[in-house]
Design a protein around this ligand. Structure first.
Ligand code: FAD
Length: 468
């Protein structure tokens, strides 16, 4: 009897415990991706990118004699229908950890089991299950360093073998097409520009990993902060859709660390930041919508406003901030240091609620990850677990001197005022909607706020809040 493998953010053949379990005993496997409410609500760029990941994975399945069935609808109803059509006796999937997905998956598991169908979830998206890592008191961790200390010596299971064949069913169930789904429909100007910067699919992800291990990992510790260097792995995009497994990255990094690579331990620590973010979101579901520290409730952050709109459009007049915002709009990604700087500028210099920024990132990032995004925003805003203290206000100008000393990052993304702007900077004007009325020939805007005055205003607001 066939077995159903429900794919979500695990679009790969390597290190896929749910796929290995489904294929065990040589049962025919029916792979399905369900376009449900959770997929429908994904931000514009991430949804487009998810569609590309699905297309690439479907082609990969064809190479091994299988197929990806696409169905739209409520997950349980789709699975029940498929079970009925195919006579499948089991459904397997890789676990998800955000509140909406865990609620959905729990309901699916209960209902299928009641109908006598085997329903099994598996590890795959994370190295450490959120419930497996607890303090001595049996509580979840709230601070990164003790979390890192708790997991670093645990050992991570080796990746499982890459699946090289899946037994097909006697007849394939009907499938919708990706064209039916229009995954890029919410993109403001279509995805043509973004597509030039994306690195889609399992094979590309493996290539990126090899390039990182071959050329960058040794210098990663220092290069990772320089926005003018491509010193990081860029693998967040692939991790988000499960085109590469965190375990395979961990083991590659670990062996480089043992071989004496100075950057490898830093890389492992970053992978664990991702785990920590999921640990937090799983245990504290409010992470993505409410101040984690309640003493921040009532702080005078402004709701959405005109300056925040200028921030979104990359025209604050602060070149580092604008370069970063444009980088994200064009490529779907932004350097980690730049993410911290633009988030600090919005929440402090512009005194705007961190959730305004969180939502814009959610709409623009192709590596959007609900846990890392929420943790990052709350960390910078000062209201999150293990957060940077509020009074640590990044100055975009001095940050630029340090991390973009020759100005190449800013030149790469800002066309106004440049004699021969690079293609990257011009791409921005292809990607934005006409209604923004911006052209490369415009005069570059004056700063929205004086950096010193903005900083003092933010600190004064903080003092007022602390003093009640
Ligand atoms: P590398 O430096 O090569 O690191 C390797 C991997 O470690 C990354 O791919 C990522 O999975 C993980 N990692 C690295 N830094 C962090 C971090 N600070 N937090 C959590 N995991 C980390 N990351 C996302 O994947 N999706 C998001 O939506 C996201 N939103 C963010 C929002 C803000 C405000 C901030 C400050 C950070 C955010 N991050 C997010 C974290 C980080 O910026 C990105 O993971 C990183 O820039 C990805 O680039 P990379 O793959 O080259 O990272």
């Amino acid at each position: 009897k066939p077995v159903i493998l429900w794919l979500r953010r695990d679009l790969r053949l390597h290190d896929h415990p749910a796929m290995v379990a489904a294929a065990k005993d040589g049962a025919p496997v029916i792979c399905v991706f369900i376009h449900d409410e959770i997929v429908a609500q994904t931000g514009a760029a991430a949804k487009w990118r998810w569609g590309e990941a699905i297309a690439s994975f479907a082609a990969r399945l064809e190479e091994i004699g299988s197929r990806l069935i696409l169905r739209r609808g409520e997950a349980l109803e789709v699975l029940q229908a498929l079970v009925k059509e195919t006579g499948a006796e089991a459904v397997h999937w890789s676990r998800a950890y955000d509140p909406a997905s865990t609620a959905r998956d729990k309901a699916v598991k209960t209902a299928l089991k009641e109908e006598g169908i085997e329903a099994q979830s598996h590890k795959g998206h994370l190295m450490f299950e959120p419930w497996d890592v607890t303090t001595g008191k049996g509580e979840p961790y709230k601070v990164y360093t003790p979390y890192w200390n708790a997991v670093k010596g645990r050992g991570v299971e080796p990746p499982c073998d890459t699946v090289s064949a899946l037994e097909p069913p006697q007849t394939w169930p009907e499938s919708e097409t990706l064209d039916d789904w229009q995954m890029g429909a919410a993109m403001r100007c279509g995805a043509a520009v973004l597509a030039q910067y994306a690195c889609i699919g399992e094979a590309s992800a493996q290539g990126r990993m090899a390039a990182f291990l071959g050329q960058k990992i040794d210098g990663y510790k220092t290069a990772r902060d320089q926005v003018d260097q491509n010193g990081t792995s860029n693998l967040s995009e692939n991790l988000t859709y499960g085109e590469i497994s965190p375990r395979s990255l961990w083991h590659a990094g670990w062996s480089r660390m043992e071989a004496g690579s100075a950057g490898a331990e830093t890389f492992l620590k970053e992978l664990v930041w991702r785990e920590f973010a999921w640990h937090l979101l799983y245990h504290f579901p409010k992470l993505d919508h409410a101040n984690w520290r309640e003493e921040w409730n009532g702080f005078e952050w402004r709701r959405d406003n005109n300056e925040a709109e200028d921030w979104r459009r990359g025209r604050t007049g602060e070149p580092f901030v604008d370069a970063a915002m444009r980088e994200m709009f064009v490529t779907g990604q932004m350097h980690n240091r730049a993410r911290m700087i633009v988030a600090s500028y919005l929440t402090k210099h512009l005194l705007t609620d961190w959730r305004v920024g969180l939502r814009w990132f959610e709409d623009c990032l192709t590596d959007w990850d609900p846990a890392s995004n929420a943790m990052g925003w709350q960390w910078v805003a000062g209201c999150g677990p293990d957060a940077s203290p509020y009074f640590r206000i990044f100055n975009p100008a001095t940050q630029a001197e340090k991390f973009d000393p020759k100005g190449s990052y800013r030149r790469k993304w800002i066309a106004e005022g440049a004699k021969n702007p690079p293609q990257t900077a011009l791409h921005y004007f292809e990607a934005i909607p006409k209604s923004w009325e911006m052209t490369p020939d415009d005069r570059y805007p004056d700063p929205l706020v004086d950096l010193k005055a903005g900083r003092e205003k933010a600190l004064a607001a903080y003092e007022r809040h602390r003093n009640g």
